[in-house]
Design a protein around this ligand. Sequence first.
Ligand SMILES: Cc1cc2nc3c(=O)[nH]c(=O)nc-3n(C[C@H](O)[C@H](O)[C@H](O)COP(=O)(O)OP(=O)(O)OC[C@H]3O[C@@H](n4cnc5c(N)ncnc54)[C@H](O)[C@@H]3O)c2cc1C
Length: 508
Amino acid sequence: METIKTDVVIIGSGVGGSAVARQIAGSGAKVLILERGDFLPNEPQNSDAEAVFGQARYKTKDEWQDAKGQRYRPGQYYYVGGHTKFYGTAMFRFRESDFDATEMDGGTSPAWPFSYKDIEPYYDQAEQLYGVRGQTGVDPTEPPRAAFPHAPVPHEPTIAALAERLSEQGLHPFHMPSAIDFGPGGTCRRCGTCDAFACRFDAKGDAETRVLRPLLAHPDVRLERCARVTRLRTDAQGQRIVAAEVSRGGEVFHVEASTFVLSAGAINSALILLRSACEAAPDGLANRSGVVGRYLMNHHLTGLMGVNPFAVNGTRFPKTLSVNDFYHGLPGDADARGNVQMLGNIQGAMIRATYPATPHVLANWLGRHSVDVLAMSEDLPNPDSRVRWRDGDQVEVDYQPGGSAAHDRFVRHVKRVLRRTGFPMVLRHSFGIQAPSHQCGTVRMGDDPKASALNDLCRAHDHPNLYVVDAGFFPSSAALNPALTIAAQALRVGAHLRQEIGAGMTRD
Ligand SMILES: Cc1cc2nc3c(=O)[nH]c(=O)nc-3n(C[C@H](O)[C@H](O)[C@H](O)COP(=O)(O)OP(=O)(O)OC[C@H]3O[C@@H](n4cnc5c(N)ncnc54)[C@H](O)[C@@H]3O)c2cc1C
């Protein structure tokens, strides 16, 4: 069996893994990134709703099951760059209060082991790296911050009119922070597909385009594609990680390194740690506390389609507007809270992929006559919400969201707001865990090793040379999109690792 030796191995090339690699490159350490997927092909189907949604061309063919044993193909995408290849480019910072503990209807949102101030400089770096466009001074919940690297993406006419009508209701709509290369000299062509599609023009600020591709020119950084890590191996004491076991096209090989960074995404990282159980760590690696695979969160995500039979919405890039006036609660109902933001363009084929009984004509008509909004609330952590292996090889996702009743009240309010902006009919769709787009929390950070798997720098309490740097580290989900926070913390962890490498602590 082949064995590769390197200094630092990073498992997963998503927003977390790529940012760590970027920080370490040039430190003198050899970095090997192991990615189970390949490069996403650039092809016409990238922006074809029938191919992406109807035929699920890019979705994994793996099957998972729910707690009742129902099998399904999850909305997981395994490519170089991870889920950012398909993400909607909304790049929000969490609010200062998101890092503190808050009691809510349905449970507690726990504190993070660091504050907004600690991560703020890395948010600045992450926004630069991803080329985020935005506007300061309007969002009433905005944390202290420097100016955005780029001016906001301007609204198209329908969205500008919506913003005006929201302002008339006393709200403070603002330009949504977005990682899109739009503007003079930019590559965005407003092609009309973005959220949930891959970009054919490199205009989407995804981890491959913005971080990995330039990094791969570095002589010390190597990417192994189609290389799926199945487990990690420890020394006899179960302390240090010594190797990753990798499967590629039926062949198995080992990678030995001084430092291991697991960034396979919240669900897959937990599964790898659980799969790596050994005599010295019978419940899985980094799991003396028993938290690995538990506290799975995904946000409460409800799509609202405001339909106006008398107006056609010709917007190409609608994701320019957001509202945070209800982030800390509705008047008189502090628990009903969350963020409101535009979804991407909804097309008939997308509606039919979820509701196949909808006639083509009706689905296409709805797509043309609607504005599409996402209402997002915090999902509260619950130890019984978990992912694990069943019967050897079967992945079970037993998701138990926290705070659903409060989200429902929030959604009813947002529906009323949307109706008042001129949409007499508002349809509602809940995004469930079968598309775990905002998955997080399964390898949580914390100060207490008895109640968490990782310290504030994402290092495993149980293993001095293991870091887990993806959305799994979130102790709470906040009510904003996760990618920028993953990137910022990954840059923070990477800076720490670079220092350690400089001090000769991670090299053999
Ligand atoms: C349709 C969609 C829209 C979204 N829109 C937004 C948005 O607008 N804003 C936002 O902030 N977030 C958005 N998200 C969420 C965001 O994309 C994710 O939170 C983020 O990309 C997760 O990054 P990660 O590094 O934690 O994991 P991932 O992106 O999942 O990266 C993990 C990587 O590890 C690889 N991998 C997995 N298992 C293994 C293994 N065993 N061995 C080797 N490699 C492995 C995967 O292929 C992947 O490349 C969206 C997600 C989706 C699906």
